[in-house]
Design a protein around this ligand. Structure first.
Ligand code: ADP
Ligand code: CDP
Length: 234
């Protein structure tokens, strides 16, 4: 009589990159929840580093000062897609990392190689420890952080649509109007795409999904299908 040996499915690693407002966070959380995977918001880590620096008097436009402080904060991410968390030195950073002050400073901080080296190492160790697999979203996940990811998705959308999505979110919190939001978003795109270390870039083997004309549900369904196809193929 032969016994059937049940083996756990291999952990699947999904990288989702793209500029602001393309739907990375919403899509990644929903895909991870649907497939029982962990979830990591790498933008939240760069934001937490930036918030810590602003709170601790580091001159964020001075790369040498940022580099010298990059090793100091302890940043911890909770990876449950239903309730992701982020702390810096034990303090809850969830709210403070979404302020306009942090948003305006994050590209300068994230361009500093010492910051990227520290956070990239943290991201890789979180991905290694995700035994059921993980969806990791950011700017350089497919190109630099996890170049061997099982699936790489690059989300895009027109600047108008992205600004409208962001503006809709900000309403009631900050009185940024659509054109101000659009300009800030494009400035951040330019800074993130033109920095020397690990710029925002589509990986050669990433699947591009233009979300301009798609609902969030359609994007989620599309990415879930892409993951399932990869799982079936292995
Ligand atoms: N395809 C879509 N259609 C309409 N709204 C969307 C779509 N994708 C995301 N959104 C909304 O746009 C806003 C920004 O999405 P988010 O996932 O935070 O983008 P990103 O992480 O790429 O910056 C959220 O309010 C989200 O609900
Ligand atoms: N993998 C990543 C993720 C974010 N970032 C930086 O962190 C910033 C904030 O990322 P985010 O994902 O929270 O931004 P939004 O798309 O939510 O606006 C980006 O503008 C980048 O400067 C990065 O450099 N690399």
């Amino acid at each position: 009589m032969s016994a059937t040996v049940q083996t756990a499915p291999a952990p699947v690693i999904v990288a989702i990159d793209g500029p602001s407002g393309t739907g990375k966070s919403s899509t990644s959380k929903a895909v991870a929840a649907a497939l029982g995977l962990s979830y990591l918001d790498t933008g939240a880590q760069y934001r937490a580093m930036t918030w810590w620096m602003l709170s601790n008097g580091v001159e964020v436009n001075d790369p040498a000062a940022v580099a010298a402080a990059a090793g100091k904060p302890v940043i911890v991410s909770g990876t449950d897609p239903a309730a992701p968390t982020i702390t810096a030195d034990g303090a809850d950073a969830t709210g403070p990392i979404r302020t306009q002050e942090v948003t305006a400073a994050v590209s300068a901080v994230s361009a500093v190689p010492e910051v990227r080296a520290r956070i990239t190492e943290l991201q890789r160790s979180i991905a290694r420890e995700a035994h059921h697999g993980i969806v990791v979203e950011g700017r350089d996940i497919g190109t630099t952080v996890l170049p061997d990811a099982d699936l790489k998705v690059f989300l895009t959308a027109s600047p108008e649509v992205r600004a409208a999505r962001r503006s809709g979110e900000l309403k009631g919190k900050d009185a940024a109007d659509l054109s101000v939001t659009r300009e800030a978003l494009l400035r951040r795109d330019t800074a993130d795409s033109s920095r020397k270390t690990s710029p925002l870039k589509q990986a050669d083997d990433a699947v591009e999904v233009d979300t301009t004309e798609l609902t969030l549900e359609q994007v989620i369904e599309c990415v879930v299908t892409l993951v399932e196809e990869k799982q079936l193929a292995t």
